[in-house]
Design a protein around this ligand. Structure first.
Ligand code: XUL
Ligand code: CO
Length: 449
């Protein structure tokens, strides 16, 4: 963190202290009420369960611009006209923010950290320069990289897609960027590498050879995987599902679509899913649904933590504050045995109207507390034996006897028919949905203290 040698004050977020846990009764907006990094749950610290990350793009690159008007914030780190000077100010601001927030991880796109040059070689050089600066700052602060990625959607050349572009020349540009972003991720010790298929999809079905594009996508991912492994990347490759926006349809539509794609193309051994809350809701699912689908497949890799707005269908990327959502999410994560090398990355942005530097802290504190509360409450709900009875008890007819034989594939269709004829009409059993929902509410209301 850059400090003024005379005053000891920090450069970009003066007046903001290091954020500490003060407990549920604190009314200090710049303190954690629930996130106590050292508190143990199931024998592991909260920090280790949640593995929070701050994203570079929304927090240090976005200015509040929307399709109807320009940015509302002009942060000090974005003022200088020279791109290297600006990128250096930005990285200083970022690491000052990370340290003050007391968050262990960060995430970036290639051209959040660096800037695109006039040629492939120039862009590579820009990124290498910034990776060098990031290495120094990681060393000084102990920060770790949760994941790196390449921005394959902003530049106009990607308007028809990147790996799935109908023009091979564009596919090669995407490959060059992914190669450099993988090099950067490895150099920074990144634990994961993300592919969000920003424009991998179509706007017009009638002008798109979807069969060929999907084949190209798989080939591209195989090559990226092979290159990553060849340079010593031992982490997980992640696909981040999203159904639409910017394209009318994106190939990585939702968790189940991506699971099928990965398995079909023999990629499931190296790739997992990065499930984003607002993407799941855009697909018409709940956040917990996509998490559960990924976890059931053994492919839950990491999470982009945010939320949409229930009253509209956009990808609003709001900070997660809804306890009902975080409790449900953490129930899935705990049941899955945790996130492993993944984490909870705040792919979230403060509102256009939130223009004070402290709003960036307040937003992250709220998100961290929401997931900390979700973790504590989910743990208690799962420890209540009624929870597993309500879910797993419904399947007890498969635990032994003919039900077990069916599960083992030992009963053919005529045998099943004969059992139906012998046993007559099955006795109906209540699904008990309301009982389950009330139990969850009871735990939420009891709180996270
Ligand atoms: C876009 C989105 C991206 C990815 C990284 O909706 O979520 O920021 O997380 O490319
Ligand atoms: Co995301």
């Amino acid at each position: 963190m850059t400090r003024n040698v005379h005053t000891g004050e920090t450069a970009y977020f003066p007046g903001i202290p290091r954020i500490r846990y003060e407990g549920p009764d604190s009314d200090n907006p710049l303190a954690f009420k629930a996130y106590d990094p050292e508190r143990e749950i199931r024998g592991r610290s909260m920090e280790d369960h949640l593995r929070f990350a701050v994203c570079y793009w929304h927090t240090f690159c976005a200015t509040g611009a929307d399709p109807f008007g320009p940015g509302t914030r002009a942060p000090a780190w974005a003022a200088k006209p020279d791109p290297l000077a600006r990128a250096t100010d930005r990285i200083d601001a970022a690491f000052e923010f990370f340290s003050k927030l007391n968050v262990p991880h960060w995430c970036f796109h290639d051209f959040d950290l660096a800037w695109e040059g006039a040629s492939v070689a120039e862009s590579e050089k820009n990124l290498e320069t910034m990776v060098g600066l990031a290495q120094e700052r990681q060393k000084a602060t102990g920060m770790k990289l949760l994941w790196g990625t390449a921005n394959l959607f902003s530049h106009p050349r990607y308007m028809n897609g990147a790996a799935t572009n109908p023009d091979f020349a564009v596919v090669t540009r995407a490959a060059a960027q992914v190669k450099a972003a993988l090099d950067a991720t490895v150099a920074l010790g990144g634990e994961n590498y993300v592919f969000w298929g920003g424009r991998e999809g179509y706007a017009c079905l009638q002008t798109t050879d979807t069969r060929r594009e999907l084949e190209h996508f798989a080939t591209f991912l195989h090559q990226a995987r092979d290159y990553g492994r060849s340079i010593g990347f031992e982490g997980t490759f992640l696909i981040e599902p999203k159904p639409m926006e910017p394209m009318k349809h994106q190939y990585d539509f939702d968790a189940q679509t991506v699971i099928g794609f990965l398995r079909h193309h023999g990629l499931a051994g190296d790739f997992k899913l990065n499930v984003e809350a607002n993407h799941a809701t855009l697909a018409g699912h709940s956040f917990a649904h996509d998490l559960r689908m990924a976890a059931d497949a053994g492919l839950l890799g990491s999470i982009d933590a945010n939320r949409g707005d229930p009253q509209n269908g956009w990808d609003t990327d709001q900070f997660p504050t809804d306890l009902y959502d975080t409790v449900h999410a953490m129930m899935v994560v705990l049941e899955a045995g945790g996130l492993g090398g993944g984490g909870l990355n705040f792919d979230a942005k403060v509102r256009r109207e939130s223009i004070d530097p402290e709003d960036l802290f307040i937003a992250h504190i709220g998100g961290m507390d929401a997931f900390a509360r979700g973790l504590i409450i989910a743990d208690r709900i799962l420890a209540d034996e009624r929870t597993s009875a309500l879910r797993f008890g419904r399947y007890e007819s498969f635990d032994d006897g003919d039900g077990k034989r069916f599960e083992n594939g030992e009963l053919d269709l005529p045998a099943l028919r004969n059992l139906a004829a012998e046993n007559g009409e099955p006795a109906q059993r209540s699904g008990k949905q309301e009982l389950m929902e009330n139990l969850i509410n009871d735990y939420i209301v009891r709180g996270a203290a």
